[in-house]
Ligand binder design. Structure first.
Ligand SMILES: Nc1ncnc2c1ncn2[C@@H]1O[C@H](COP(=O)(O)OP(=O)(O)O)[C@@H](O)[C@H]1O
Ligand SMILES: [Mg+2]
Length: 367
């Protein structure tokens, strides 16, 4: 007869399974839940910190194998779930945004690099992984999110007190563009800008979001300052193109976010190479590796490269973003990689914060 199979034995066996992002085993991380042992049948849940976890299948397989190898086990059933943790930093004193676990700013040094394209496809890719996602279009100079989602005629709706997000493709959406007609430019100045932006950042009835993607205006500026003063931000995704001029602007943008205490989650190189629609040939028309080199020089994670690909542009114009139109194309998979790496960086930041705050008494936030 073999030793009795108990929960300690099973948990000990599961310590070989390590979360590659957090670099700790899933047992000491507290990810193993609902363990039940019924004679030889073992079942449990592994709760990851994001549903967009690229190694989900690998972790499931490793856990299954580790438990199956124990004497007396006849059957192993593993359920994978996720509970996105918040990168909350209580010491900042900024009140968390109700209904939102993590605010992710998508920024760039300048316009035209594909910031909105990345923001929209990132949001949708995270949704496809099973996360709850919102998108806030804070680009006061060019609020293009409604066009890219095909909801350009949407008007701002309130419930009397708060702005109610529109819904499209499973996303909750609020845009500065809901306030204005197509061609009326909005010229915001000083305090009015800050007030409007604060209202957009604070007074929205978001419902139960894991990630709120904020499409920021380009460059260095007021909106980023307002954002940093108004809500806790998990971090910023910076979009660049490979040309030297864009990289130089991106360097400045990274510094600006760091100054505002918004940690860069990583760098995305958009329009990185040309992907031919017909023959799928790929060409590095702007040179190779600029984004990656900048990322490592600035000690910022590199989140991936996206091709110049005609259907990406077409999707922006028709309101059916590429990750919905062609999820399995190389470009669709490239967006998915960016989303997974972004989610990983949020998990890592949340974990580091939680470790740093262990034992500290959270401050009561003052508004
Ligand atoms: N990877 C890409 N391939 C093809 N077209 C792209 C790509 N990224 C962006 N575009 C197109 O370039 C234009 C500018 O992109 P946009 O996301 O609006 O930039 P930004 O928000 O930085 O100003 C849009 O027409 C968009 O469809
Ligand atoms: Mg834009």
């Amino acid at each position: 007869m073999h030793a009795t199979l108990d929960s300690t034995t099973v948990l000990d066996a599961l310590r070989v399974v390590v979360d590659p992002d957090l670099r700790r085993d899933i047992v000491s991380l507290g990810f193993v839940k609902n363990l039940s042992i019924d004679r030889g049948r073992v079942s449990f849940t592994i709760e990851l910190t994001t549903p967009a976890c690229p190694v989900k299948d690998l972790l499931r397989d490793q856990a299954t194998a580790a438990v199956r190898a124990l004497p007396g086990v006849s059957d192993v059933a593993v359920q994978m779930t996720a509970n996105v943790r918040s990168v909350s930093a209580p010491e900042t004193g900024r009140t968390p945004l109700p209904g939102v676990k993590n605010v992710i700013a998508v920024g760039a040094g300048k316009g035209g690099v594909g910031k909105t394209t990345v923001a929209v496809n990132l949001a949708l890719a995270l949704t496809q992984c099973g996360s709850r996602v919102g998108i806030l279009d804070a680009d006061i100079y060019g609020p293009n999110v409604p066009i890219m989602l095909g909801i350009r005629d949407t008007q701002l709706v309130t419930d009397g007190k708060r702005i109610v997000p529109a819904e499209k493709y499973g996303l909750q959406v609020v845009s500065m563009g809901f306030l204005t007609s197509d061609d009326a430019p909005v010229i915001w100045r000083g305090p009015m800008l800050h007030g409007a932006v604060q209202q957009f950042f604070r007074d929205v009835a978001w419902e139960d979001l894991d990630y709120l993607i904020v499409d920021m205006p380009p460059g260095t500026g007021d909106v980023a300052l307002s954002l940093s003063q108004t809500v806790p931000v998990a971090g910023a995704v910076l979009v660049t193109t490979p040309q030297q001029v864009s990289l130089a602007d991106t360097r400045r943008a990274i510094r600006m976010y760091q100054k505002l205490n918004i940690a860069p989650l990583g760098l995305v190189e958009n329009m990185s190479y040309y992907a031919c629609t017909n023959c799928h040939h790929e060409a590095d028309i702007f040179g190779h590796g600029g984004g990656e080199t900048l990322a490592s020089a600035m000690e910022v994670p590199f989140l991936g490269r996206l091709p110049v690909y005609q259907p990406i542009r077409e999707g922006s114009d028709t309101g059916v973003p590429l990750v919905l139109a062609e999820p399995r194309s190389p470009a669709g998979r490239a967006f998915m990689t960016v989303a997974e790496r972004t989610a990983s960086q949020v998990s890592i930041a949340a974990h580091k914060n939680a470790e740093a705050n262990k034992g500290k008494i959270p401050l009561i936030p003052v508004r």
